[in-house]
Design a binder for this molecule. Structure first.
Ligand SMILES: CC(C)=CCC/C(C)=C/CC/C(C)=C/CC/C(C)=C/CC/C(C)=C/CC/C(C)=C/CC/C(C)=C/COP(=O)(O)OP(=O)(O)O
Ligand SMILES: O=P(O)(O)OC[C@@H](O)CO
Ligand SMILES: [Mg+2]
Length: 227
């Protein structure tokens, strides 16, 4: 399963803190996307996460959890993505909360199911930037340095350029992809049309589509373009 993420080109990110009807969920899960990521930066609980997992499990596609809070660690996902916010000003989002979680789960940890992600938060107006006190106003060279930090120093398998809520700079995303040699580049933020999905797919390995699911389902489905 760990290796399967290498083949993912498009994923939908479902937020347990937001409502989705059975009809819309059915259309998302049968859209041809490669996987469902369950996660959000705020309002995520054990109960809303397990509810969403149970609903997505009716479908055949992989369902992975992106952990934002230790309370919402729910057994039964295919994988657990563990964000490490490389440009946070607060240590708790880089290693602090992770250390607490590792203490709590102790010997129960299924290491082979954990996939750490080197997050670089680039939209200073996003919830995740505010939550993690990210230094999001980075120049090109700082972003490249974060990508190298993620891959070359920390050897994280995924580097995630996170523009949540805003369509980012695709030239910069492409430059990061060309810098990375081993790790997989996730791009997320503001993909709300087929055209933007194509642009992001040309720049990153895997694209993540979130908010538009809750704003305009037809446009969300259009992002599942030929790839
Ligand atoms: C048997 C069993 C169940 C085993 C489980 C094993 C397991 C998974 C153990 C946990 C191990 C571990 C190390 C956990 C990490 C704990 C933790 C809380 C780490 C901190 C993670 C972190 C940095 C969170 C900050 C927020 C963040 C980066 C969230 C990611 C998702 C995200 C950015 C969503 C976007 O948010 P959204 O709400 O959509 O934002 P907008 O409002 O802008 O749309
Ligand atoms: O919600 P959007 O802007 O699509 O961003 C997707 C994802 O990167 C959020 O973590
Ligand atoms: Mg969101």
């Amino acid at each position: 399963m760990h290796e399967d993420i290498r083949h993912w080109r498009h994923v939908f990110k479902l937020d347990p803190d937001k409502e989705i009807s059975d009809e819309h969920l059915d259309r998302i899960c049968t859209s041809g996307t490669d996987a469902i990521v369950v996660g959000g930066s705020t309002g995520v609980t054990f109960d809303n996460t397990i509810d969403l997992l149970a609903r997505v499990r009716r479908y055949e596609l992989p369902c992975v959890s992106e952990i934002s809070t230790i309370e919402a660690v729910v057994p039964g996902f295919d994988l657990y993505l563990i964000p490490v916010v490389l440009n946070s000003r607060q240590g708790q989002w880089i290693t602090g909360r992770h250390r607490e979680a590792l203490k709590q789960f102790g010997k129960m940890l299924p290491w082979e199911s954990l996939v750490p992600e080197g997050y670089v938060v680039l939209n200073e107006d996003s919830t995740v930037a505010r939550l993690t006190q990210a230094d999001a106003n980075l120049g090109r060279q700082d972003v490249i340095a974060c990508a190298n930090l993620s891959e070359k120093l920390f050897r994280l398998p995924v580097c995630y350029l996170e523009y949540s809520g805003k369509f980012g700079d695709m030239d910069l995303v492409r430059e990061v992809r060309d810098t990375l040699e081993e790790s997989q580049l996730f791009y997320g933020g503001g993909i709300d049309s087929a055209e933007r999905a194509r642009q992001a797919l040309a720049a990153a390995d895997t694209i993540v589509v979130g908010n538009i699911i809750y704003e305009d389902i037809e446009r969300a489905l259009e992002t599942v373009v030929d790839r």
